[in-house]
Design a protein around this ligand. Structure first.
Ligand code: URA
Ligand code: CA
Length: 440
């Protein structure tokens, strides 16, 4: 294959053939194409885009660059995936709730990336093991209805190579590349039902609502072409979803919710995603019915018991379910107030994610080690009134240096107005192959 000719075709904005796209994915996976040629093509794709056929072909070729699993779990296997957010702990809330209702969730999760957190890091912060053999993974889903693991090396290896290159070449924010990256992993993981949480707002991977909607449509289209049942929900990320941002403290918030001790946006979005997951898994006929079942599992404590089981099976510390307060502990715990009085008009959620990274809850470089204890609890949301005496958030830090850095980043991320401001929207729309339906 003449790779410079492929780069040239995309440079001039021409659509690539299926053969050219397959050669690209294969070369990325087996290392036969040098990084500089892959990177040049990535930039050409970032600048000139791909049509639906090209994107679907790229996704399938990336999925087939490694193992293709066919999880046989004694029911319809389902998976849920988010495009990435801040305080986005929905998986730890909805996976146990859905499994308590009888769903079979074979979930593949990621690590924190850039300003976003990752479920794998949160699980490891309470000692859970996130690498299971294929057999252990499937047995666990069969026996307890859920398992959550990190991406194995043999799954979509083309994505591993391409993602690292995108990160280093400012080509992450490309719709076809994001869609192919996420969906290649989901198709290779093999579940029949997939619910995608596509974020909208200042902490989302796509900067506008229209961009998020296009991304959702592209991923639903890819899944549909591959014969999978995919629904994408568009949900708000104009402020952190949960109030807790970090690793152990995010686990704490999920447990507090499952213990019935707190409600709010994280629960609302988790129930909505979970209700669609129950429909995809053929447990509920409608999302409305699914949501009723989930609320029952929350009320009767079976969701919390399922989380305990999940933690135990993956060798974590299940006692945190009884004593979640131990998860909010760091060498320095201190409140932060805004210097002025007024209504919170806007939050730069990406910057708020980077503040958590600055505390040590995320990685600046791949080799950085996360501090599971650090992060912060945001006490206010957009529209709330603040004064210099009411804490905006409580910081959990390991030392003064990172504390100071995070403090400045958080203060710089909040805009205050003298006029009352509207609350941020949480739920926008559900996208299926049939079309777009507004969510209330
Ligand atoms: N998550 C992924 O797995 N890939 C992307 O490209 C973006 C978010
Ligand atoms: Ca294998």
């Amino acid at each position: 294959m003449d790779f410079p000719a492929i780069i040239a075709d995309k440079k001039y904005g021409r659509a690539l053939t299926d053969e050219q796209i397959s050669a690209f994915a294969k070369g990325a996976a087996d290392g036969s194409i040098p990084d500089y040629q892959l990177a040049a093509l990535l930039m050409a794709i970032r600048l000139n885009g791909m049509d639906e056929r090209e994107t679907a072909t790229l996704t399938m070729a990336m999925a087939q660059s490694g193992d293709m699993l066919h999880p046989d779990v004694g029911g319809v296997a389902v998976d849920k995936h988010s495009t990435g957010g801040v305080g986005d702990t929905t998986s730890l809330v909805l996976v146990p709730l859905c499994a308590a209702c009888g769903a079979k969730i074979a979930k593949m999760s990621g690590r924190g990336l850039g300003h976003t957190g990752g479920t794998v890091d949160k699980m490891e912060s309470i000692g859970m093991q996130t690498t299971l053999t294929e057999e252990e993974f499937l047995t666990q889903v069969q026996k307890i209805g859920c398992a959550i693991i990190g991406q194995s090396a043999d799954l979509a290896p083309a994505d591993k190579t391409l993602y690292a290159l995108r990160d280093a070449t400012a080509t992450v924010d490309s719709l076809p590349l994001i869609a192919a990256s996420i969906m290649s992993k989901k198709l290779a993981a093999g579940t029949d039902g997939i619910v995608l949480d596509v974020k909208v707002g200042s902490g989302a991977i796509m900067p506008t609502y229209e961009g998020s909607l296009e991304l959702a449509k592209a991923m639903v289209d890819i899944g549909h072409r591959a014969g999978r049942n995919v629904t994408a929900l568009l949900t708000g990320m104009n402020e952190p979803l949960g109030s807790h941002i970090g690793n152990r403290i995010e686990v704490k918030e999920a447990i507090d919710i499952l213990r019935g001790e707190c409600e709010g946006p994280l629960l609302i979005v988790s129930l909505k995603l979970g209700s669609y997951l129950l429909v995809a898994g053929k447990i509920a006929k409608t999302p409305e019915e699914g949501e009723k079942m989930l609320r029952q599992a929350l009320k009767d404590g079976s969701g919390l018991e399922k989380l305990r089981e999940l933690i135990r099976w993956q060798h974590g510390d299940e006692s945190v379910c009884d004593h979640p307060e131990v998860l909010a502990d760091a060498p320095i715990v201190t409140p932060l107030c805004l210097p002025e009085e007024g209504y919170i008009a806007h939050m730069n959620t990406t910057a708020l994610g980077y503040a958590s990274q600055a505390l040590g809850a995320g990685r600046r470089q791949k080799t950085d080690v996360i501090d599971p204890r650090v992060g912060y609890i945001m006490h206010k949301r957009v529209g709330d009134y603040v004064t210099p005496e009411t804490p905006l958030c409580t910081l959990y830090a390991k030392d003064e240096k990172t504390l100071e850095e995070a403090r400045n980043m958080i203060l710089g991320a909040i805009t205050v107005s003298k006029e009352p401001c509207e609350k941020e929207r949480l739920l926008y729309a559900a996208v299926t192959p049939e079309g777009v339906k507004e969510l209330k």
